[in-house]
Design a protein around this ligand. Structure first.
Ligand code: HEM
Length: 126
């Protein structure tokens, strides 16, 4: 009897799990198109979105964690921070950490970096 039960339970444990991979999360977020107008309303310490390389980031919970301080981020609340981000010489690790805050991207006609024939800078995340 014990064998029957353990067989039953081990089968259910090995059942396929449905998990979101980081790639799934990124592509889901990227499907959300957010306009400059929408973003401009999220410009306070309690609700802070910024744009870096045409992607939109909700950094509200990151303001207190940012090694460069929250105030410097708030200067770009609701706005584009691409050049400031680049100019501060962030590490690859910092660029990678952007991903966890990504909530969407600009519509094609409002982009300036990631569009066919758009402004090209080396080192822009794909
Ligand atoms: C979501 C966006 C951002 C993330 C995830 C981020 C992340 C980081 C990280 C991890 C560091 C530590 C050093 C490194 O690894 O490069 C850093 C430092 C710094 N960041 Fe940012 N950053 C962001 C946006 C910005 C923006 C828009 C500015 C505007 C100027 C800025 C200015 C700085 C400065 C000045 C430092 C250096 C602090 C120091 O060494 O004392 N960051 N940031």
């Amino acid at each position: 009897m014990a064998t029957v039960f353990s067989g039953f339970f081990s089968n259910s444990i090995s059942a396929p799990k449905i998990e979101a991979t980081p790639m799934t999360i990124l592509s889901t977020a990227e499907e959300r198109i957010i306009t400059l107008e929408d973003i401009s309303w999220h410009d306070t310490a309690k609700d802070c979105w910024i744009i870096i390389y045409d992607r939109v980031y909700d950094i509200t919970d990151f303001l207190d964690e940012h090694p460069g301080g929250g105030d410097i981020l708030l200067e770009y609340a609701g706005r584009d921070a691409s050049i400031a981000f680049r100019g501060s010489g962030h590490s690859r690790q910092a660029v990678r950490s952007l991903e966890r805050f990504c909530i969407g991207e600009l519509p094609m006609h409002e982009r300036i970096f990631r569009k066919p024939g758009g402004y090209r800078l080396s080192g822009i995340p794909e």
